[in-house]
Write a protein that binds this ligand. Structure first.
Ligand code: FAD
Ligand code: NAG
Length: 433
């Protein structure tokens, strides 16, 4: 396998690749978030070498660089552990993001996982002629990659297996609104660049978007004495995070073992109504379908309330149940003609997968960057392609994927490479101009 001829540019694309070329004996994993780390841990345990490529300069960059300071895990801790290593005992029920990141750091250290930072995968393509994947990366701007050729910023990794672990939330979604860029004079940030409400004190802030982020950003703004208004156009399920002292999520999971999903939904909604009251009074319309059924059919996660609702009830957070028509110099006009004066906008408008932008493949992944086969069958494709962390089931879904993927690769690797020479990352071709 360590044949340098592999590195000559393949015939199919006719492009001349002048970067560095690295043969990887083992899989290339794209992304060093929780999913990539969990696969790495599983592979390490079986003695399979691998390379993890990460565009950021640290592990779990979503958590470290693209979430707000006060974030805590949404789900109880027992549902957010990676395989093989438990959380420290002293962790609270809902660990803070700093605790979670600390856990991930020590997880990576424990398994000796050292990703290649500052490299972005720009394409990955299966080369049928030699039965290998070609994964091309470029150094992220401003990051110096080790090596003597400073002009080299492109690398091609050649490998048998590719594990896609780039995440469901790889890129932010920024919808276009009339006037937001041209007219509106205040600040605009996406939720992934929002760190805290500091600096928003006394400001009128419009929070646009859907789901949990919108609710939590609004609450955080309140804690910093800002004046948030939340646009809630579509229906949404808000559930209490706990029902009579028990985690709602956990309750749901355990009831599902005994009852059909629609009965569980009825129970959860009944309890929610008892605890939260009628939320429709505050402009929060509930979907027709129950919360778990909705999650199962289109992946829409119910909001677990951590205090936003009481701020809505007290009027500290305003709910605007109308769509946005356009932004004005110092405000926003809604479709019903109402005008609201605002100082800033926060776009909690979500994220998307970036897989279609780099993976040259359209059988296993759909055009929105998720595996075609739903959970639990979306982890293995053809020709050594794998996916981890696209189940819309958070860390627990990612952990299940990771175990399957690492065992599958481990089995083949151990069978096939026992007799062979095991060298990792041989640099077989190098050009400097
Ligand atoms: C605000 C927020 C709160 C959440 N809370 C919870 C929770 O409480 N519990 C839970 O289970 N889940 C939660 N989630 C879901 C969470 O995203 C996942 O559970 C977890 O981070 C998924 O891990 P991942 O490794 O699959 O993806 P990510 O954490 O997104 O990691 C993917 C990595 O791949 C890198 N990458 C992407 N594209 C490329 C490329 N082309 N080249 C190189 N590297 C690339 C990224 O930089 C990133 O570091 C939350 C998500 C958000 C946004
Ligand atoms: C991401 O956060 C980590 C930890 O705070 C920091 O070391 C790193 O430089 C940050 N990266 C970017 C690109 O901001």
């Amino acid at each position: 396998m360590n044949n340098c001829e592999l590195c000559v540019p393949d015939q199919e694309e006719h492009d001349f690749f002048t970067g560095r070329c690295v043969l990887v004996n083992g899989p290339v994993i794209v992304g060093a978030g929780p999913s990539g780390l969990a696969v790495g841990a599983g592979l390490k345990q079986q003695g399979v070498p691998f390379v993890i490529i990460e565009r950021a300069n640290c592990i779990a960059s979503l958590w470290q660089n693209r979430t707000y300071d006060r974030l805590n895990l949404h789900l109880p801790k027992q549902f957010c552990e990676l395989p093989y290593v438990r959380f420290p005992r002293k962790f609270p029920n809902y660990p803070s993001k700093h605790q979670f990141v600390g856990y991930l750091e020590s997880y990576a250290a424990h398994f000796g996982i050292a990703p290649r930072f500052g490299e972005t995968v720009g394409s990955a393509r299966y080369d049928g002629a030699c039965g290998l994947w070609r994964v091309r990366t470029r150094a992220a701007a401003g990051v110096v990659v080790g090596g003597s050729c400073e002009s080299e910023t492109e690398t091609e990794y050649i490998c048998r297996w590719v594990v896609v672990a780039s995440g469901e939330n790889a890129e932010k979604v920024v919808p276009e609104f009339d006037g937001l860029r041209e007219e509106f004079a205040g600040g605009v940030v996406h939720a992934c660049d929002y760190k805290s409400g500091e600096g928003f004190g006394g400001k009128r802030v419009l929070v646009v978007g859907c789901g949990n982020s919108r609710m939590e950003v609004s609450l955080d703004l309140c804690h910093h004495r800002a004046l948030p208004s939340m646009v809630v156009r579509s229906s949404v399920h808000v559930l209490p995070r706990e029902i009579f002292g028990k985690s709602t999520f956990e309750l749901g999971v355990s009831m599902m073992k005994w009852m059909p999903i629609w009965v569980v939904d009825k129970v959860l909604l009944g309890a929610s109504r008892l605890i939260l009251g009628n939320i429709e009074k505050y402009g929060l319309r509930r979907p027709k379908m129950g919360p778990l059924q909705l999650k199962n059919t289109n992946g829409k996660t119910p909001v677990l309330d951590i205090g936003t609702l009481s701020k809505i009830k007290s009027g500290e957070i305003k709910v605007v149940p109308h769509g946005i028509k356009k932004f004005l110099h110092g405000g926003v006009e809604f479709v019903n003609g109402e005008i609201l004066e605002i100082d800033s906008v926060i776009l909690a408008t979500g994220y998307c997968s970036n897989v279609p932008s780099w993976l040259k493949e359209s059988e296993f992944f759909t055009s929105d960057g998720f595996p075609r086969n739903p959970f639990p069958n979306g982890w293995k494709g053809k020709d050594g392609l794998y996916a981890v962390g696209f189940t819309r089931r958070g860390i627990s879904g990612a952990s299940l994927d990771a175990i399957r993927v690492s065992q599958d690769i481990g089995k083949i690797w151990n069978r096939e490479t026992k007799q062979k020479n095991r060298s990792v990352g041989v640099v077989c071709h190098k050009r400097c101009n």
